[in-house]
Each structure stands twice: as structure tokens, then as C-alpha cells.
Write a protein that binds this ligand. Structure first.
Ligand code: NAD
Length: 492
């Protein structure tokens, strides 16, 4: 049995309590590793280490270019070990090796891009309205950052946070999901190999409720960058508010994918299927509400279900598998629960609708790709995040109705539009309430393009130049170049 210790102050260590917890392989439902079960003591040790590294250690003495070089080295090491890291991700979260290999091949770009940005963060000289002063600004690291990640793409979500935080000069305590801690602990070995000084990156593992509050309420933490559910996001915001921390919230979604009759229907079908069934629907940007214009509705549903039925489910390590298991037992139960809710609400089941067991799926936590038609936007299946392979199809008449339905949801992470009308593409992209809008494509992300939610999907940006500002604070410096310092008691 593989055992994973935490990483604090440049050392792999047991939890202070000496406890361990199990990590499961979703394809078999069996334990494959044990992970150190941290608590408040470990959280405190990690924050203290990060604070020392920020204020006293060699990290604070490095130039921005030197930080960038370390990050480039880290990117190279991730590229070198991409296959090994991808296999660990598969073990921990059951995602397909085909997807994880692609993701791990892409992750180095985050370290290259933000490493390159590290020494291009320039302040400004302000042309003041007063004579005799010189005023300029400096961008300084915000301080110790706590980075909390979800289980669905641990190393990618971590790159979204760690790369800009390190480029900004911050130090970091990472808290991976208790369901998928192993890949982060393997990754941190590369951080050490790259030559980052002790304490710059620390990893504390354990259950969110046991470790989380000790991190998000710690007085020496300046910023919490969180990816996860909106319920946890609210709790973290409350905890962080007590010590006035900055926060970035990357939360859930219920994204509309809107298909107009004038669209290239072949492309739209591919986009709708990959929008919901890629990663078995376990992505924050899943296109879980498919809005179809009336005139194409029936043929679209027929062709979409025909394509979805060809998907091969089974061993996530096989390159032939197209849909893998659900990553965790509680999530598996939750997805099946939502399928029952949709049936009770009166949605019509067009395909799937239950667990998939036996055959290629073995004992794993598989759910059939499921499509409901006749969904009303007021139903829970149209309003709540399922985070599984369950699609709700909703009909609309025209652009106004499509917009009204698309925006009538508390989330606002992503939205897709399929149309061949350029004017409509611009109108929709302007009026859709979502942090990302894709036109005639879906689920595209890049380290260069800002990503983040509107409404209950969160706030703050990851990726692109905007992301580094989340980890910087702006200082204004005034230098007296000759102005007389007046006697305050002499009236002028
Ligand atoms: P979750 O909210 O249950 O857990 C996320 C993380 O928070 C885990 O590391 C967990 O241990 C930790 N946590 C739990 N309670 C905590 C507390 N009180 N204090 C501090 N930390 C705590 O979410 P999940 O089930 O792991 O992930 C799925 C959710 O993440 C979905 O809602 C999905 O949409 C969202 N997500 C969002 C994005 C995005 O970029 N917007 C990306 C991926 C996933």
C-alpha cells in the first residue's frame, strides 16, 4: 500500500496526530493509497513555514527573473514526468488517461507563462498635481497564500493558483481535496527538485472540515484562493472575513449551451456531447443545460443520443475508453440522486438514467450518460449543479427567450452559443451572464485567457495577466524632492 506524507518546510512529514486516511481508485472502488490526515497543528506548522520563507528565507532575496527561472525548471520537470503524474491522477480520480495525459502535457505552460511574467510586473510613475514630490507605485506579493483545490483536476487547478502566486513572489500552503491528494504530493517532489527553497510551497492533507478552518482563519495567511463548491466557498468566505483576507472563489456552474437553428448542427452536436459527457460531466464548466431552438430540437436530440450511445465506458487506463467512473462514492450517490429527482419532477428520460455496473465497468462507480428532455428551467435538474453525466434539454422559441432561460440561474461560470449569424454571436456574448462565453466551440481554456465566474460561480480571475494581480498588492511611494515640510500650526 502506497503511503503519502505531507510536505511542510521542505520535508515530507507524518501528520502531528500520526493518523492516516484512505484514498480509493474509482474504477475498482478499492483503497490504493493512504494519506497523512492533517489537523489544525499541521495547518499551523505549514503556515508558519510559509511565513518564514516569505519574510526571512532566500525566496524573498531572489530577483523576479530568478523566480521565473525556477518556475521554468518546474515546468520542464512536469513535462518530463507528465505520464507518471497522469497515471496517479487516474488512480485517484478515475479520469481517463487520455484526458489526463493531455492535461499534464499542457500544465507546464502555466509555469512557463507565469514564470515569464514574473519580471514584467512594472509599477508606474504618477504625474502628480503637486510640485516637489515624486510618486511611484510598486506591486508587492500579497503574502502567504492558501490554495485549496477540488478533486476533479487536481494538478491543473493547482497550476491556476500556484503559477501566478509564485510569479508574484508569494509563498503557498496547498490543501488538496481529501479524495485526490496523491498527485499534489508527487508534484511537490518536483518543486523540491527544481530548487525552490523550503517553505515556499507546502502541502497539508486531510479533511476539509478538520484542516480547512485552521488555514482559512490563520492570522498569518493573507489570501485564500479556493476552487470547489459554492457551499464550501461561502463557509471559507465567512472564515476569511474574520481576519480580512483577500479571497478568490472559483465555484460551481450550471452552464447553458445554446443551439440556434442556423448553427452548424454537426459541430453543435459534437460540442454538446463533449460539453456534458467529457470527464463524465465532472467539470465546473459542464454544459449541463442544453437549450435547443424548437425547429431543430427533435432531430438534434435524436442525433445527440445516437452519438452518446456510442461512448465506451470502462477502464480509465485504456486509451479506448471514452467515459470513466465518477470520482468519489458520495458524488456517485449524488448523481444518481439527481437522476431520481429529475424523474420525479417529470422530465422525460431520453437515454441512460441509472448506474452502469458489470462488464467493462466492473465494480466501479459508473453512471450511464443520461439525457432528459422536456426539462423546465424551474426544475431542480435545471438549476442545481449535478457534476455528473446528466444533460437537461430545454426548448426555446427565439433569441430573447433563449437569453432569458440561459440567464435564469444563480450560477454564471460558462455559456456556449452555436450560430452562423455573426450579429447574434456578438449580441449573445454581450448579454449572457457568464465569466466565459464560447461561440461555436465549448470548454476551451488556456493559461492566457482569464477564467472565473459571475454570480454564484464566484469572483476573481485565474489565468492570463489578470490572474497575477490576485496575488499582488499595490503600494504608492511618495518622495519629497524639494517641497518644504510646512509647520502644521501655521495657517496658510
Ligand atoms: P468541495 O467544496 O467539497 O471541496 C473543495 C475543497 O475544499 C476540498 O479540498 C475540501 O477539502 C476543501 N474544504 C471543504 N470544507 C472546507 C472548509 N470548511 N474550509 C476549507 N476548506 C474546505 O468541492 P469538491 O466536491 O471537491 O469539488 C467539486 C466542486 O468544485 C463543484 O462545485 C465544481 O463546480 C467546483 N469546481 C469549480 C471550478 C472552477 O474553476 N470554477 C473548477 C473545478 C471544480
Amino acid at each position: 500500500m502506497k503511503k503519502y506524507q505531507m510536505y511542510i518546510d521542505g520535508k515530507f512529514v507524518d501528520a502531528a496526530s500520526g493518523k492516516w486516511f484512505d484514498s480509493y481508485y474509482p474504477f475498482t472502488g478499492k483503497v490504493w493509497a493512504q494519506v497523512a490526515q492533517g489537523d489544525a497543528q499541521d495547518a499551523d506548522r505549514a503556515v508558519e513555514a510559509a511565513h518564514r520563507a516569505l519574510t526571512q528565507g532566500p525566496w524573498s532575496q531572489l530577483t523576479a527573473s530568478q523566480r521565473g527561472l525556477l518556475m521554468h525548471k518546474l515546468g520542464d520537470l512536469v513535462a518530463r514526468d507528465a505520464r507518471r503524474l497522469a497515471e496517479i491522477e487516474v488512480q485517484d480520480n478515475g479520469k481517463l488517461i487520455a484526458e489526463m495525459q493531455g492535461q499534464l502535457n499542457y500544465i507546464p505552460q502555466w509555469y512557463y507563462y507565469f514564470g515569464g511574467l514574473a519580471d514584467k510586473i512594472e509599477g508606474a510613475v504618477i504625474p502628480l498635481d503637486k510640485k516637489g514630490y515624486f510618486n511611484f507605485t510598486r506591486h508587492e506579493p500579497v503574502g502567504v497564500v492558501v490554495a485549496i483545490t477540488a478533486w476533479n483536476s487536481p494538478l491543473l487547478l493547482l497550476a491556476y493558483k500556484l503559477a501566478p502566486a509564485l510569479a508574484a513572489g508569494c509563498t503557498v500552503v496547498v490543501k488538496p481535496s481529501e479524495f485526490t491528494s496523491a498527485s499534489t504530493l508527487e508534484f511537490v517532489k518536483l518543486v523540491e527538485e527544481a530548487g525552490f527553497p523550503p517553505g515556499v510551497v507546502n502541502v497539508v492533507t486531510g479533511f476539509g472540515k478538520e484542516v480547512g478552518p485552521a488555514l482559512t482563519g490563520h492570522p498569518k495567511v493573507a489570501k485564500v484562493s479556493f476552487t470547489g463548491s459554492d457551499a464550501t466557498g461561502r463557509a471559507i468566505n465567512e472564515a476569511a472575513a474574520k481576519t480580512l483576507k483577500r479571497v478568490t472563489m472559483e465555484l460551481g456552474g450550471k452552464s447553458p449551451n445554446v443551439v440556434f437553428a442556423d448553427a452548424n448542427i454537426d459541430d453543435a452536436i459534437n460540442g454538446a456531447v463533449s460539453g456534458i459527457f467529457a470527464a463524465a460531466g465532472q467539470t465546473c464548466i459542464a454544459g449541463s443545460r442544453l437549450l435547443l431552438q424548437e425547429s431543430v430540437h427533435d432531430q438534434f436530440v435524436e442525433r445527440l443520443t445516437a452519438l452518446a450511445k456510442t461512448a465506451r465506458m470502462g477502464d480509465p487506463m485504456s486509451m479506448q475508453t471514452q467515459i470513466g467512473p465518477i470520482a468519489t462514492q458520495p458524488q456517485y450517490q449524488k448523481v444518481l440522486g439527481y437522476i431520481d429527482i429529475a424523474k420525479k419532477e417529470g422530465a422525460a428520460l431520453a437515454m441512460g438514467g441509472s448506474a452502469a455496473a458489470g462488464g467493462e465497468c466492473g465494480e466501479g462507480w459508473f453512471v450511464q450518460p443520461t439525457v432528459f428532455t422536456g426539462v423546465k428551467n424551474s426544475m431542480r435538474i435545471a438549476q442545481e449543479e449535478v457534476f455528473g453525466p446528466v444533460l437537461s434539454v430545454i426548448k426555446f422559441k427565439d433569441e430573447e427567450e433563449a437569453l432569458a432561460i440561459a440567464n435564469d440561474v444563480r450560477f454564471g461560470l460558462g455559456a456556449g452559443v452555436w450560430t452562423s449569424d455573426i450579429g447574434r454571436a456578438f449580441r449573445m456574448s454581450e448579454r449572457l451572464q457568464a465569466g466565459t462565453v464560447w461561440v461555436n466551440t465549448y470548454r476551451a481554456v488556456s493559461y492566457m485567457s482569464p477564467f472565473g465566474g459571475y454570480k454564484d460561480s464566484g469572483f476573481g480571475k485565474e489565468n492570463g495577466i489578470a490572474a497575477i494581480r490576485e496575488y499582488l498588492q499595490l503600494k504608492s511611494v511618495w518622495i519629497n524632492t524639494g517641497a518644504a515640510t510646512a509647520n502644521p500650526f501655521v495657517m496658510r
